[in-house]
Design a protein. Structure first.
Length: 204
């Protein structure tokens, strides 16, 4: 799937000019006059990145960034601003922005920033796809296998798990073997790593 660059800026002439530059560079683009307009057509998990103006009427760039962390986590954000606001740039980067450029950014700087953002977007998408596959395999576990996995993550040995569950150590070993096969783990360490990535910990 080709990446889509989502350009969010209340300055129509600016977003049109940037859109033309990116189109000429081979990118697909989508233009928005406000943060609210982007949210109304939220691209979700589609591959791409967001070029976002910092200072806009209504929903500001920083406020929109905060919303997008939950609603479009796979889309990296490159901020563009006409105001050299150091505090805002630090806040944006701490909140996860991929880059922060001052207007007017050169074509080279803009294209370089987009290239880096798309590289990170691809990595995020790969991680997301892997996590989805792992979660799907986790959901294939039986309730007892899930309970054994939960106790493994908490550092319990087979003998201790057998005691907690009121079963034999041999049965626990069988459950452990089956659940490792189902989630695609080749070792105990990998089993724990997969489970922890999916949020299984002491809170479960």
């Amino acid at each position: 799937m080709d990446p889509i660059i989502h350009i969010v800026d209340d300055d129509r002439s600016f977003r049109t000019a940037v859109g033309r530059l990116l189109s000429a560079s081979g990118y697909s683009i989508s233009l928005y006059g406000s943060g609210e307009e982007l949210l109304a057509q939220l691209p979700g998990t589609a591959f791409g990145c967001i070029l976002l103006d910092l200072d806009m009427p209504g929903l500001s760039g920083l406020a929109l960034q905060e919303r997008l962390v939950d609603q479009a986590p796979l889309l990296p954000i490159v901020f563009l601003t006409g105001h050299g606001d150091i505090r805002a740039s630090v806040q944006a980067m701490k909140a996860g922005a991929d880059d922060f450029l001052e207007k007017p950014a050169t074509s080279e700087a803009l294209l370089d920033a987009i290239g880096r953002a798309l590289h990170r977007a691809e990595s995020r998408r790969d991680e997301f796809d892997r996590a989805q596959a792992e979660r799907s395999r986790l959901e294939s576990l039986t309730p007892r296998e899930f309970e054994v996995l939960r106790l493994i993550v908490r550092g319990k040995l087979n003998k201790q798990i057998a005691h907690v569950l009121g079963t034999s150590e041999r049965t626990v070993k069988a459950h452990r073997h089956n659940l490792m096969e189902k989630i695609g783990a080749r070792s105990l360490a990998e089993t724990v790593s997969i489970a922890e990535r999916l949020g299984l910990g002491d809170s479960y």
